[in-house]
Design a protein around this ligand. Structure first.
Ligand code: NAD
Ligand code: LMR
Length: 340
């Protein structure tokens, strides 16, 4: 185990202004991985974070030692899978980020990762339910449409499930959507917001261009843009050619979501992020989880915003998404029932 504390420079003043009430411990499970390392770096740079706990089956203490030399005012601690390592990493945590698990190789779907990642996420969820039952759990490990229900089933089985504190991280889909539409329209992505609803794989990713600044995109241009947003992950998997999937853009997206939650917890109002949550929106169709815009607050989910008005084209996309989503969610729920 490694611990260090540094405090210098520009972050010092802001960090000291955080009161004890605002102390925020963030834990990263899978911290030595392709996402885990840059995500941990971004958390180390976040002045709202006072304690950073980094766990991995290998390499957690090394990453912690490295990050601990950065002169921001947070403690960094690394943990190996010793009997107490995971428990210590989780105890007292406000936010638990989970990027643990294997990434895709070319030719694979996210669902192909299920056999390996389902048990990894189940076991980490068990530890989190025991050691940090009130934490916000942010699931990055794929397939998100199934791993989020796995976490909810584990928490239910331990009697500590709080649907307001479980999030599938789908931020990368809106990050991509805003970037890709800005490339089509030659605009600044900072001014582009495209709601993306549904889930996080292929056709379950439903961009709502009609609700963006560019409802006028139609025909082939629209089809190509929607396809790029839905399959943006494949673009990176292909380019990395066997060396994994998106890591840096994902770290950026995960850090943005964690920052939004921390901001909301510290009293900032009107913080809205897209995320895959236990949602009432399609429960009448047997779909218990759905990604949409969610207002965050001190208790986690404050308000789940409706999908809003969609056009006939988007209605069709939604129909296709709901079919796949239902199967993906059931797969996660069944896995925990059969492999408790
Ligand atoms: P990676 O292989 O580079 O890193 C994964 C890390 O998890 C490794 O360091 C590994 O040692 C660790 N790990 C494995 N089993 C563990 C366990 N039981 N406990 C703790 N740590 C464990 O992979 P990556 O590129 O960082 O991707 C991680 C996951 O994130 C993949 O499943 C990938 O598909 C997913 N992902 C999701 C999104 C999203 O938008 N939600 C985006 C990109 C990647
Ligand atoms: C992504 O969207 O980049 C991730 O889900 C990783 C992947 O497998 O594509």
């Amino acid at each position: 185990m490694f611990a260090a504390r540094q405090s210098f420079g520009v972050f010092q003043k802001r960090a000291f202004s955080a009161s004890a009430r605002q102390a925020s411990k963030v834990t990263v499970l899978g911290a030595a991985g392709g996402i885990g390392q840059p995500l941990s770096l971004l958390m180390k740079l976040n002045p709202r974070v006072t304690q950073l706990a980094l766990y991995d089956i290998r390499g957690g203490p090394g990453v912690a030692a490295d990050l601990s030399h950065i002169n921001t005012n947070s403690t960094v601690t690394g943990y190996d899978p010793t009997p107490s390592g995971l428990k210590e990493a989780l105890t007292g945590s406000e936010i638990v980020l989970i990027p643990a698990g294997v990434p895709r190789k070319p030719g694979m779907t996210r669902d192909d990762l299920f056999n390996t990642n389902a048990s990894i996420v189940r076991d980490l969820a068990k530890a989190a339910a025991d050691a940090a039952p009130n934490a916000n759990i942010l699931v990055i490990s794929n397939p998100v449409n199934s791993t989020v229900p796995i976490v909810s089933e584990v928490f239910k089985s331990k009697g500590v499930y709080n649907p307001k504190r479980l999030f599938g991280v789908t931020t990368l889909d809106v990050v991509r959507a805003s970037r890709f539409i800005s490339q089509v329209k030659s605009t600044d992505p900072a001014n582009e917001a495209v709601p993306v609803v549904g889930g996080h794989s292929g056709v379950t990713i439903v961009p709502l261009l009609s609700q963006s600044n560019h409802a006028d995109i139609e025909g082939e241009a629209r089809d190509a843009l929607v396809n790029r947003i839905q399959f943006g992950g494949d673009e990176v998997v292909k380019a990395k050619d066997g060396a994994g999937s998106a890591t840096l853009s994902m770290a950026f997206a995960g850090a943005r979501f964690a920052e939004s939650l921390l901001k909301a917890a510290q009293g900032v109002k009107g913080v809205i992020e897209p995320t895959f949550v236990d949602s009432p929106l399609y429960k009448d169709q047997g779909i218990d989880f759905f990604a949409s815009r969610v207002e965050l607050g001190p208790e986690g989910v404050e308000k789940i915003l409706p999908v809003g008005e969609v056009n006939a084209y988007e209605e069709k996309l939604l129909e296709a998404a709901l079919g796949d989503l239902k199967k993906n969610i059931k797969k996660g729920v069944d896995f925990v029932a059969q492999n408790p």
